[in-house]
Write a new protein. Structure first.
Length: 363
């Protein structure tokens, strides 16, 4: 390699080390403040601050993928035979919650369309709980500007991570040390290695078949399979999960840049308000489903949160309650929305156009 190439590699490594060092420092601060998910929230705040200050955050995408595999395979350990039986009993509430989430997103989209004066396609793609990447792909198909849509999807995820875990832990009142559960798990080197191999294998398989969100869903499937087969797997040591949180938080904070705010323009305030409204409505839905499921309100609020399955699952793990249920609710919604997102959006746009025609005829 040439001297210029060596210099560029060294500079990139120094940049990555500096970003990770700052994320770890903010993680320690968040832990000192007794926040739940301190490493994720600390890394998110640090990376977001760096980006909003106009500086780059260039982190290899593989760090996010690794973080998803580690967290998801760890969550997969909760899928014991008893937990699977419970989830079978909750199949109808899970499907109902997914359908209600879609309906609520349509109502919020109608409000966003009026507040921000955007097209039905932009409003629907901004509020339907999908990932920023998936929504941006559909935006291109419906001639909608991707910038505001990516901003809205990102803002909802950020608000979920910042608001829901701390509030749930605070209102629960039974968690003196939010990281004690993750820190105190028993583990073995061999068991953790087997779990990672299964999680990585599941992620690779789903990536090869082009499944949406393959690193989380594949990691989850691999971990769950290892647990169901009663293999000698164990949880990861706390330092591994802390590292996974740092990877995910840094990636999430890195997308909050100045360009995102510039592209959003007047859409910014409306998007934040409607994101908060969507979260609030889903919280009410979760509380309303308590009677139907018999689950604690904390579990149901985490289960019906409109996105951020990784963070909601980790919060359930901190609470030591309903981890498999929370994950299953999110997975059912993901498998209902993502594979059929194109059809859902197309039908919603047809309905919106029909309403506009009806209103025009009445005038």
């Amino acid at each position: 390699m040439s001297r210029a190439t060596d210099t560029a590699i060294a500079a990139h490594l120094a940049h990555v080390m500096a970003i990770m060092g700052g994320a770890i420092l903010f993680g320690f601060l968040a832990m000192w403040l007794n926040f739940p998910l301190p490493w994720m929230l600390g890394a998110l705040v640090f990376a977001g601050t760096v980006r909003l200050s106009g500086f780059p955050v260039r982190i290899p995408v593989q760090t996010r993928q690794l973080g998803q595999i580690l967290v998801a395979s760890s969550v997969g350990l909760a899928f014991t035979p008893a937990a699977l039986h419970l989830m079978g009993m909750l199949a109808m509430p899970m499907i109902l919650a997914a359908i209600l989430t879609i309906i609520l997103s349509f109502g919020v989209a109608a409000l966003l369309m009026r507040m921000a004066h955007v097209s039905p396609a932009t409003a629907i793609l901004a509020t339907l709980p999908m990932g920023p990447v998936e929504s941006a792909v559909l935006a291109a198909k419906h001639d909608a500007a991707p910038g505001p849509i990516i901003f809205a999807q990102t803002m909802r995820i950020v608000l979920l991570v910042v608001l829901i875990p701390p509030l749930i832990v605070l209102l629960d009142g039974g968690v003196a040390d939010p990281v004690a559960v993750l820190r105190g798990v028993e583990w073995s080197g061999t068991g953790a290695a087997i779990l990672f191999v299964f999680g990585l294998g599941g992620a690779v398989i789903l990536k090869l078949v082009r499944m949406s969100n393959p690193f989380f869903l594949g990691g989850l499937a691999g971990g769950a399979l290892a647990a169901v087969l009663n293999l000698p797997v164990s949880a990861y040591p706390y330092i591994v999960l802390a590292g996974a949180q740092i990877f995910l938080g840094t990636w999430l904070g890195a997308v909050i840049d100045r360009d995102l705010f510039r592209n959003a323009r007047g859409f910014l305030s409306s998007s934040v308000l409607t994101s908060l409204l969507m979260i609030f409505l889903c919280v009410l839905m979760g509380i309303g489903l308590v009677w139907m499921t018999g689950q604690p309100w904390q579990v149901m609020v985490l289960s019906t949160a409109p996105g951020s399955v990784t963070e909601m699952a980790l919060t359930a793990k901190i609470l030591q309650e309903g981890l498999a249920v929370v994950t299953a609710f999110h997975i059912v919604r993901i498998f209902i929305i993502l594979p059929f997102s194109g059809l859902i959006v197309a039908q919603a746009l047809r309905f919106a156009n029909w309403l506009q025609i009806m209103q025009s005829d009445q005038r």
